[in-house]
Design a protein around this ligand. Structure first.
Ligand SMILES: [Mn+2]
Length: 272
């Protein structure tokens, strides 16, 4: 048995299948951790969702910001964005099953000394706190408060502590890259950490309360790419932007970089 952590698929189904062939993935034997953003920007979001849902028993998923955006679009809470490639999912005959499955995916995975989130964590959260926050936010995602959580501005937000708490958790775990020096999240900078705005640092560079023994696996940051950083493993190596899809075999830290195999005209514009 082997366990692989794989970066942001973003609808890159063909690349994903080539990677699975290359690692000789066996659903009955192996396990895959997927770092979120299963969908959007790439051409095969529907195929990715169907595959992962079908292989639910051997996949550990976390939700990314594009997955949350798909949930919001499916409920009519957000409109189509310029570079969205979600129409195939939204018009599929099995769309309701796929969306309902996606809604029940977690925000954080933890096994042994490994944790996975899509984007990052705040330094003031211990691992136990982060895990508890993720579970509380998942409860809201799966409840009838979902629309209040996903809606861009909810007038009753101040009235509902559970929704406000879940909003902060979803924002940080699915979108954070940078922190201000006081540890509060900053969401605007998308470039590499070397180009950080003054007074900001990468979320993983802040002094963390998390156990030194734990490794945090994450995606979301194509401009960071796969690189060696103490205590964390960045898995998004920009596949959807024409670069590679990365798999890390957790058993022996062997790395596989699969070149983008999507049709050329499917790649459009700047990284985000
Ligand atoms: Mn993302």
């Amino acid at each position: 048995m082997a366990t692989y952590a794989i970066g942001d698929l973003q609808g890159c189904y063909d690349t994903f299948q080539r990677l699975l062939e290359r690692i000789a993935f066996e659903p009955d034997r192996d396990e895959i951790w997927l770092a979120g953003d299963l969908v959007n920007r790439g051409p095969g979001s529907l195929s990715v969702l169907r595959w992962v849902k079908e292989h639910d028993s051997c996949c550990r998923v976390v939700l990314g910001n594009h997955d949350v955006h798909l949930l919001a679009r499916a409920r009519g809470l957000e409109g189509r964005r310029r570079r969205d490639t979600l129409e195939g999912v939204l018009q599929a005959h099995d769309r309701d099953d796929l969306i309902e499955w996606l809604r029940h995916q977690p925000l954080l995975q933890r096994k042994g000394n490994r944790v996975m989130v899509h984007a990052g964590l705040l330094p003031r959260w211990t691992l136990d706190e982060a895990e508890a926050r993720a579970l509380r936010a998942q409860e809201v995602l799966q409840s009838d408060k979902l629309d209040r959580l996903l809606r861009r501005s909810s007038p009753d937000l101040a009235m509902d502590a559970a929704v406000a708490d879940a909003r902060e958790t979803v924002a940080v775990m699915t979108r954070v890259r940078m922190l201000a020096m006081d540890g509060s999240p900053r969401f605007a900078h998308k470039g590499p950490p070397e180009g950080a705005p003054p007074g900001q640092q990468a979320w993983y560079a802040a002094r963390h309360q998390r156990s030194k023994d734990a490794t945090v696996l994450f995606g979301h940051w194509a401009a960071l790419g796969f690189r060696a950083i103490d205590g964390v493993v960045p898995l998004d190596s920009g596949c959807v932007w024409g670069q590679t899809l990365t798999a890390l075999r957790l058993d022996d830290d062997k790395v596989f970089h699969q070149p983008n195999a999507e049709s050329k005209d499917s790649i459009d514009g700047e990284m985000d």
